[in-house]
Design a protein. Structure first.
Lengths: 478, 111
């Protein structure tokens, strides 16, 4: 039987506020244990939560960016469960009335576009961390992360395979960074995915029993976990079994998912509105103000790059995947002119991106500035250097040897475009290789590249390739 | 939206509003409250009284009245996003039963 895969994602994006969602303690990552957990975060008796405006604003910004409804009144609720890294015995979240409802995100899978519906996005606090290393048979609790603001973004079950799930997660990851509401750092857990996965016979509408997979902190793990889980479910069903609805954990070392919570212990979170927090009212003025701060969104930028610079959809999507890369590219093009946009795009996506990856650098810390790269692109465009020599110049730029012009001058890399000079070199080569010339003229066309090689060697690669090609052909023909 | 008291009914998860001793034990377990067997019957009586009150309220016609999520009809105050707390973990940990390497120690939990 053919199976259809159905996936919905829940993404927890840590909001980039300075302070916690319900307290004035700092949110910085990596501090010594419990040094950033104040009386509210560790739930000492008598403390009260006070809502952080910065978290509310970021949630609204997200809602506006995905075309969602911003609820003018939303309500905080208590989600009750017991775990040592949750000191209050409940997590403050939103249940019946989340701040953001609806909205869509358009993803690109191959050359297909697809719209994924967003169910809701709600504000909530993070829990602390349990450290299960051996503390004399006890568990260590670090509450620094407790009460860090999260936006939980829930999608509809609109994805039909791991590729779509990954595309959605990546698009969302890029969007929250564009909006500057989340730093997107997956290693530090700022952007975490849970996947709801089920399968059903192709062509049917009824959803199959789903399993929720937790602990997906990279796009690769998301892909692997979904694929493993789909295969597991199909195998069970085809063997006549039934899928049990449960929470499963992805183990990246073993590349498998395993059951995390047993069925008998059905979760009952007993949600109810938190009496410590009043309903949150959002004014029109606040929404309008946030609307004004919305940057150009990835999709709009993608369309503009294609229109303004004549780039392919693929090039535009690579360049707009990160806001920093798009900004870098635009700075280069502002100095080369739109006519060189494709060349600039190739350099940014090719040699620059490659060198950044090699040296583990972010584009914002590139040793080659946009102005310097533009200088290089201009010298290729005006035939001062060939594309091949340009790679050498780029390496020198990367090494900090000055601007393109200075490097070309200092290393004597200027392209030879003087027809007379090139002809003289060709004459010399032909005279020195009479055998090859005879063979070529008797029909051995392959020897053309031999002559090109000799000429390039003689000019240290500086002869203009097109001119050399044309002149050599003429001379060899006799 | 469901009015606040209705959540209490949700918590107890009974629709008919008649509780059994098994319900009392289940609620006690969810809330991690220890109830001795001899206490179950009196607690059942107390909880049933509360539900009786809820039942009386449910009989009131509230058509056209907007539900409230809070007893006070005021809205949430938002605080500016600023760090106002300093590190006081030594003070907090001075009353904790067990601490090591800056961590609170608790009986081993396994997933």
């Amino acid at each position: 039987m053919e199976w259809e895969v159905v996936i919905g994602l829940e993404v927890h994006a840590q909001l980039s506020t300075q302070s916690k969602i319900f307290s004035g303690a700092p949110t910085a990552y990596g501090a010594a244990p419990n040094t950033q957990a104040c009386a509210v975060d560790i739930a000492l008796p008598g403390v009260l939560p006070v809502m952080n405006k910065g978290a509310t604003e970021r949630a609204i910004k997200f809602g506006l960016a995905v075309g969602a409804k911003i609820n003018r009144t939303s309500v905080f609720a208590r989600k009750n469960y017991f775990y040592p890294d949750l000191p209050k015995g409940y997590q403050i979240s939103q249940y019946e009335l989340p701040i953001v409802e609806g909205g869509t995100l358009t993803i690109q899978v191959g050359d297909q576009e697809k719209t994924i519906r967003i169910t809701r996005a709600h504000l909530e606090e993070d829990a602390g961390k349990s450290l299960h290393e051996d503390f004399h048979g006890m568990t260590g609790i670090d509450l620094n992360r407790a009460s860090t603001p999260l936006l939980e973004i829930v999608s509809e079950p609109d994805m039909r395979g791991s590729a779509e799930a990954v595309a959605y997660a990546k698009t969302l990851h890029s969007l929250v960074q564009y909006l500057e509401i989340c730093d997107g750092n997956m290693q530090e857990g700022s952007f975490r995915c849970d996947a709801n996965v089920s399968v059903r016979p192709m062509g049917t509408d009824k959803l199959g029993t789903r399993c929720e997979i937790k602990n997906l902190n990279s796009f690769r793990f998301l892909e692997r976990a979904v694929e493993y889980e789909v295969a597991r479910q199909i195998e069970i069903i085809e063997a006549g079994g039934k899928i049990a609805q449960e929470t499963r954990l992805y183990d990246s070392d073993k590349d498998e998912t395993r059951s995390m919570r047993s069925k008998e212990e059905a979760f009952d979170y007993r949600y109810f509105p938190d009496p410590d927090l009043l309903p949150m009212k959002i004014s029109e003025a606040m929404i309008e103000e946030i609307q004004r701060t919305l940057p150009e969104l990835p999709q709009a930028k993608h369309a503009r790059f294609m229109r303004e610079f004549g780039l392919s959809s693929y090039d535009a999507s690579v360049l707009t995947a990160s806001r920093d890369m798009a900004a870098y590219f635009e700075l280069v093009v502002s100095q080369t002119g739109a006519a060189q946009a494709k060349a600039a795009a190739n350099w940014v996506m090719g040699d620059l991106a490659g060198a950044l990856k090699r040296d583990g650098l972010e584009i914002t810390h590139s040793p080659v500035s946009p102005g310097q790269l533009a200088g290089l692109v201009r010298r290729i465009a005006d035939n001062t250097i060939s594309g091949k020599i340009a790679k050498e110049v780029f390496e020198a730029l990367w090494a900090g040897e000055g601007d393109a012009d200075a490097i070309i001058e200092a290393k004597g890399l200027k392209q030879i475009t003087d027809t007379g000079a090139i002809e003289k070199i060709i004459d010399g080569i032909i005279a020195a290789n009479p055998d090859q010339l005879a063979q070529y003229r008797s029909g051995k066309d392959k020897l053309f590249s031999f002559f090109i090689g000799q000429a390039m060697k003689a000019t240290q690669g500086k002869a203009n390739p097109q001119q050399l090609n044309d002149l050599l052909k003429k001379k060899l023909a006799g | 939206m469901i009015p606040y008291w209705a959540y209490l009914v949700n918590v107890i998860q009974v629709k008919s509003m008649s509780l059994t001793e098994a319900d009392v034990k289940r609620i006690a377990h969810l809330a991690r409250i220890e109830i001795e067997d001899k206490e179950v019957a009196p607690v059942l009586g107390q909880l049933s009284n509360i539900l009786g009150l809820v039942e009386q309220m449910q009989a009131i016609n509230t058509d056209g009245i907007a539900p409230m999520a809070h007893a006070q009809d005021v809205s949430l105050r938002l605080r500016e996003d600023r760090v106002t707390e300093s590190d006081q973990h030594e003070l907090f940990q001075s009353v904790a039963p067990q601490v090591e390497a800056g961590l609170y120690l608790v009986p081993k939990v396994m997933e």
